[in-house]
Write a protein that binds this ligand. Structure first.
Ligand SMILES: C[S@@+](CC[C@H](N)C(=O)[O-])C[C@H]1O[C@@H](n2cnc3c(N)ncnc32)[C@H](O)[C@@H]1O
Length: 520
């Protein structure tokens, strides 16, 4: 991942045009850089007071020539942590702000809640929350403004590192760190950067995803830059105080001198009249001069001490500036080293990629050949598929026509169904009748068989009685009948053999009927 390089965003080295006593001074270099990284379309600040933080954001927007719309929301009446203010705070800020940033920025005197109405949901890219600092108040500000944040939204919280009294930003910050990507600064009461948008711009990645060591370096760099400003501001304020003090002292001395001179002139003019008073005054004069000299001496000593302090501060400022420059130099060298190393690594990577590319190209050639073969096979298969498809289409048509026929038949069956049911009823009745008839028939058959059995027995006994009567054994008639009944042959006296075949029951019956001899 790309590392954060402040030199790519030199706006962080700009000297702020708006400075006033504020713990925010130390965060100005970061605020200016953040604007350059994120390039917000809409920026809102909740809690502006004298405008140290707000004007830093605006200065960066103007310096970079961005198309940002900026809004500062504050009642400018103060709060329990910040004390109460009169209208002069807003008036003074307006006088500074409007001519410089009036083209893209508005100061909105209102409570944070009332101002919510003036912003669409999902419209704010960058929000700075620096209002009342209790846990409940800052949590309310966060939760009520969160829906206003855009998909690339970033929220900045001041005072995340203040753990005294009822300051509670740190507690909310601990809760939010669990839920969103973040970066935190611990100097100047602490500043937290929270990415609440779901699709952030990649430019903040090196900050929000910085490895632990890199994060330490970033914190150190911006803390140094911030301290430089705080120090510069303190020095200038001290110088101003010294100059003011000198001025006051000079005026006071001049007044006293004038008084003395006036007193001396009066004494000369009215000498005789106020001789006694004059004598007293003259007597007191050396003492007064002494007192004045002593006061002058004390003032001079204080002046000398202040001058010494100033020289020390100046020296220490120079030292800090040198350290700063030295740190910048080291930073630049380290970055150059890192760039060189990154370049070497990239070159090695490029060589490796070239090798991979060549082998990939070879494989691509092979793959293209295979692809060609596959294409031919595919074309063949496509032909086959087309042929099959046409057959399937034909079969489909056949199926459709058969389907239609089936449907027709089903219709017909539906129509014939009642008929079939009626016929089936009749058939069942017939089957039942048939069963009964079969039973009757079986009974008749049994009776018939019994009749037949008794008839054939009676017939047989009648025949054998008739045979015994008409053709007794030993007669020719008896022999012939015997042969006729049993079969066989007989040799006549003339030498002819007569053959007799066994008579069937029918033949016997016929023969019996044909025979002229019957029993009487
Ligand atoms: C700590 S100061 C802001 C400091 C400022 N950011 C700076 O750079 O110095 C807090 C400001 O928030 C304002 N404030 C607090 N709660 C507010 C609220 N609910 N609505 C509007 N203004 C509020 C106060 O009037 C006060 O001016």
């Amino acid at each position: 991942m790309k590392e954060l390089n402040p030199l790519e965003f030199p706006v962080c080295f700009e000297f702020p045009t708006r400075l006033a006593p504020s713990h925010w001074i130390g965060h100005i270099p970061f605020a200016m850089s953040l604007v350059a990284w994120q390039r917000p379309r809409i920026f809102v600040e909740l809690g502006t007071f004298t405008g140290v933080s707000y004007c830093a954001f605006c200065q960066s927007i103007a310096h970079l020539g961005l198309d940002t719309k900026a809004y500062a929301v504050d009642t400018w009446k103060g709060d329990p942590h910040n004390g109460s203010n009169g209208p002069e705070v807003l008036e003074e800020l307006r006088a500074f702000h409007d001519p410089r940033y009036g083209s893209f920025s508005r100061l909105i005197p209102s409570t944070f809640d009332e101002a919510l109405l003036h912003f669409l949901d999902g419209s704010v890219d960058l929000l700075h929350i620096d209002g009342y600092h209790t846990h409940m108040a800052v949590k309310h500000d966060f939760e009520s403004w969160l829906p206003k944040m855009s998909h690339r939204g970033v929220i900045v919280f001041h005072d995340i590192n203040v753990r005294q009294g009822d300051f509670g930003v740190w507690r909310l910050w601990e809760e939010l760190k669990e839920q969103f990507p973040y970066f935190e600064f611990l100097h100047c009461h602490g500043l937290g950067v929270l990415q609440v948008g779901k699709e952030p711009t990649g430019t903040l990645d090196p900050l929000l995803n910085a490895p632990a060591q890199e994060a330490v370096k970033i914190r150190e760099c911006f803390s140094q830059l911030g301290q430089r400003l705080t120090f510069q501001w303190e020095t200038e304020r001290l110088l101003r105080d010294i100059r003011n003090q000198q001025e006051t002292d000079r005026e006071s001395l001049q007044r006293q001198l004038a008084e003395l001179q006036a007193a001396k002139g009066l004494q000369l003019e009215e000498g005789p009249k106020i001789e006694i008073e004059g004598v007293t005054a003259i007597q007191e004069q050396p003492a007064r001069v002494l007192r004045l000299e002593q006061r002058l001496k004390i003032q001079n000593e204080r002046l000398a001490a202040l001058n010494e302090q100033l020289v020390e501060l100046q020296a220490s400022k120079d030292l800090q500036l040198q350290e700063c420059l030295h740190a910048q130099g080291e930073l630049r060298t380290a970055q150059q080293r890192q760039l060189d190393m990154a370049e070497m690594a990239r070159e090695a990577e490029r060589a490796e990629h070239r090798g991979v590319l060549t082998s990939l190209q070879d494989r691509l050639g092979e793959t293209e050949q295979n692809l060609q073969v596959c294409r031919l096979q595919l074309a063949e298969k496509n032909g086959l598929i087309e042929f099959q498809a046409s057959r399937i289409a034909e079969k489909d048509q056949l199926l459709q026509s058969q389907g239609a026929q089936l449907a027709e038949r089903a219709d017909r069956i539906r129509v014939q169904d009642p008929l079939v049911q009626a016929l089936t009823g009749e058939l069942n009745a017939c089957v039942q009748r048939e069963g009964k008839l079969q039973e009757e028939f079986d009974g008749c058959a049994q009776r018939l068989e019994a009749v037949q059995r008794s008839l054939s027995f009676r017939c047989a006994s009648r025949v054998s009685r008739l045979v015994r009567q008409t053709a007794p054994v030993g007669t020719l008639r008896g022999t012939v009948l015997h042969l006729a009944l049993r079969g066989g042959s007989v040799l006549r006296r003339d030498g002819v053999r007569l053959f007799f075949f066994k008579l069937t029951r029918k033949a016997t019956t016929l023969a019996t009927r044909a025979l002229p001899f019957r029993s009487a």
